[in-house]
Design a binder for this molecule. Structure first.
Ligand code: NAP
Length: 257
């Protein structure tokens, strides 16, 4: 008996990286999973490779959608309900970076990052909450970042990720009376294509970049999607039903100072 037997989980940006790690963990624990990502074929490929828990009737689907576009989001949620029979868990994970120092950051760099992280989480949560409120049950997990606390070259990303913490607290207040828990995870350095791309941008090899990141935190290793998946599985489970509005830092202690 898995913690998510009979549950439908929607995870954005889940074709790869952290989202795929979370999708895998939720599927292992019995959930039917909708992998939502920009590219429908990448989403479908990742969904097809997800495990189905033994003895479970779970099924998975891949859906192409842009979380920053209202019509696209509405269509995606409608498809989840039609194809998987409902929706119980939403993880707002889709993300991008457009890093630059303030004086070089363009209006587009700012708008793109706000659109995916903040507007995307708003639109997805708004579309999902209709179903959550009607059934008096739902779990939302937002993905913030240690960069919320400030990070050189990430004025846009940092503002969006701290914005998500306020968004999480506010939804916690508004949706708690309807049986809906809303929490956030703030990952530290997680080995994915996103951090590999940052390594390339600063002219370091992936290996050296990860080694440097590992040396900066008390547990002396980088994080992996599985580390975020373990925290997400807890927050999306009924074991966390008395926790809402919180941001859990999963960062190897890097923010401890
Ligand atoms: P990733 O490997 O780059 O994966 C992000 C996924 O999101 C990609 O598949 C991407 O699709 C998709 N995506 C981007 N824009 C989208 C949109 N508008 N609609 C739907 N999907 C979209 O990144 P990751 O490292 O797994 O990061 C996942 C989340 O964790 C992000 O919110 C990120 O900010 C956060 N985070 C990551 C780290 C880290 O160290 N990796 C640390 C803290 C927080 P395309 O490939 O087609 O663009």
């Amino acid at each position: 008996m898995g913690r998510f037997d009979g549950r439908v989980a929607v995870i954005t940006g889940a074709a790869r990286g952290i989202g795929l790690g979370v999708a895998t963990r939720f599927a292992e624990e019995g959930a039917s999973v909708a992998v939502v990502d920009l590219d429908e074929s990448a989403a479908a490929e990742s969904a097809a490779a997800l495990p189905v828990a033994a003895g479970s009737s779970a099924k998975h689907t891949g859906i192409g959608a842009d979380v920053g576009n209202g019509a696209s989001v509405e269509a995606a949620i409608d498809r989840v309900v039609a194809e998987l029979g409902g929706i119980h868990i939403l993880m707002n994970n889709a993300g991008i970076t457009r890093d630059n120092l303030l004086f070089k950051m363009t209006e587009d760099d700012w708008d793109l990052v706000m659109n995916v992280h903040l507007k995307g989480s708003f639109l997805m949560s708004k579309a999902a909450q209709k179903h959550f409120v009607a059934q008096k049950y739902g779990k939302i997990v937002n993905v913030s970042s240690t960069s919320a606390l400030g990070n050189r070259g990430q004025a846009n990303y940092s503002a969006a990720k701290m914005g998500l913490q306020g968004f999480t607290r506010t939804l916690g207040i508004e949706l708690g009376p309807f049986g809906i828990n809303v929490n956030a995870i703030a990952p530290g350095f997680i080995a994915t294509e996103m951090t590999d791309a940052t390594a390339a941008r600063v002219g370091m090899s992936v290996e050296d970049f990860r080694k440097a990141a590992a040396e900066h935190n008390p547990v002396r290793r980088v994080g992996y999607p599985e580390d975020i998946a373990a925290a997400a599985a807890f927050l999306a489970s009924d074991e966390a039903s008395y926790i809402t509005g919180q941001t859990l830092y999963v960062d190897g202690g890097v923010t401890l100072g």
